[in-house]
Design a protein around this ligand. Structure first.
Ligand code: NAP
Ligand code: MG
Length: 402
């Protein structure tokens, strides 16, 4: 069989612990036998980040800007325990945070839907993708405890010294106050990433805020979305046969519960934090959740939504058997390969990505799965496989299709 060729490299960001082990297995079993894999490799494993003073993370993000598409393995975000474990020079920042800041992107999280792993919400038949705005609001909030009676105001001082003031509250006794902000530029980037990704995946886009109560703050989000939609995306949406739909956040929540899925739900920062945990747990498993960072400039970085599965890694190091689910990491690869294929008009690469995804789904639907899924499946008497066996079963299904 002729291996599939790639004209442009994919940016490959390797990672840590159990997912680093899976990463190599996926390449060896599912990619290298079929593709002349053309990647520009960056090792974002914590040891390498520490050696390079985290320069490798910055370099990998720069490479993503150059080539447009990256695939990333889960990485450790250092904390105090990791400082000792890896003897770190510094508590390096989360690579995801660094990359997102450099690409100015929005993260879209979508579940992989298979028969036998049923969502808690019975009518959810298709994935619901959550897009969370990753800047500002309560996450950049400034707070005060008000000790007693007194006046609290919002004050804006322009560069020319002129002022705007708004009374927050005349406190009669003790209380609390909070200042939140956002910036138009960030909201615009968020909106463009959402519209771009909706077009890319041909799914409707929903957006919701509480603009009836927050007539300036939330209303600005609504207006920016509508304005960008009208000027840049309305025609393209019509051509693609998809819609943009704005509603109030409480109405959106009610509709989501009754919907069958198959759309993107754009959320403000806090709503996205809360709703993505709700949606992902209702869909069944963190190990079946993919994540893609989409920048308003059209750069894409694909990864699994879960972490490095540390507990399994320590079992692996002790020589014990692990049953770690590689599906979300495989889908990170297929997402990136398909996008690379689209950009390079490489039909063979796109078809390969589709088939590899189908092979994963078929393997699970035929009752062969890792332990995390076996615990929640509705399939009778599933076969529980270890990490390596599961990947080799997927390879068998894939080879039958090719
Ligand atoms: P985690 O790696 O997502 O794992 C938490 C638990 O979820 C696991 O112990 C396992 O449960 C289950 N799980 C997650 N993925 C699984 C899979 N593919 N197959 C089977 N079970 C799976 O989260 P964590 O343990 O909180 O974090 C570990 C490290 O990952 C941390 O250093 C954190 O900084 C990092 N992290 C990275 C990213 C990223 O790079 N995007 C995201 C989140 C966390 P059982 O142990 O019960 O089997
Ligand atoms: Mg959360």
């Amino acid at each position: 069989m002729n291996k599939i060729k790639m004209s442009t490299p994919l940016v490959e960001m390797d990672g840590d612990e159990m997912t680093r082990i899976l990463w190599q297995m996926i390449k060896d079993e599912l990619l290298l036998p079929f593709i002349e894999l053309n990647t520009e490799y960056y090792d974002l494993g914590l040891e390498r980040r520490n050696e390079t003073d985290d320069q490798v993370t910055v370099d990998s993000a720069e490479a993503t800007k150059k080539y447009g598409v990256a695939v990333k393995c889960a990485t450790i975000t250092p904390n105090a325990a990791r400082m000792t474990e890896y003897n770190l020079k510094e508590m390096w920042k989360s690579p995801n945070g660094t990359i997102r800041a450099m690409l100015d992107g929005t993260v879209f999280r979508a579940p992989i839907v298979v028969k036998g792993i049923e969502p808690c919400v019975k009518n959810w038949k298709k994935p619901i993708t959550i897009a969370r705005h990753a800047y500002g609001d309560v996450y950049k909030g400034v707070e005060m405890k008000i000790p007693g009676a007194g006046k609290c105001e919002l004050v804006y001082t322009a560069e020319d010294g002129s002022e705007m003031r708004e009374l927050i509250h005349n406190f009669a006794g003790a209380g609390i106050v909070q200042g939140q902000h956002n910036v138009d530029e960030s909201i615009e980037s968020f909106a463009r990433s959402c519209f771009t990704y909706a077009l890319d995946t041909r799914q409707d886009l929903w957006f919701a805020t509480k603009d009836t109560i927050s007539k300036k703050y939330d209303h600005t989000f609504k207006d920016i979305f509508q304005d960008i939609f009208d000027r840049e995306f309305e025609e393209k949406f019509k051509e693609a046969g998809i819609t943009y739909f704005y509603t109030l956040i409480d109405d959106a929540v009610a509709r989501v519960m009754k919907a069958e899925g198959g759309f993107i739900w754009a959320c403000k920062n806090y709503d996205g934090d809360v709703m993505s945990d709700m949606v992902s747990s209702a869909f069944g498993s963190l190990a079946m959740m993919t994540s893609v960072l989409v920048s308003p400039h059209g750069y894409y970085e694909y990864e699994a939504a879960h972490g490095t599965v540390q507990r399994h890694y320590y079992k692996h190091l002790k020589g014990e058997e692990t049953s770690t689910n590689s599906v979300a990491t495989i889908f990170a690869w297929t997402g990136a390969l398909r996008k690379r294929g689209e950009l390079d008009e490489n039909e063979a690469l796109m078809a390969f990505a589709d088939k590899l995804e189908k092979a994963c789904v078929q393997t699970i639907e035929s009752g062969k799965m890792t332990k995390d899924l076996a615990l929640i499946t509705t399939i009778q008497n599933p076969t529980v496989l270890n990490s390596g066996e599961f990947i080799r079963e997927i390879r068998k299904s894939l080879e039958e299709m090719l």
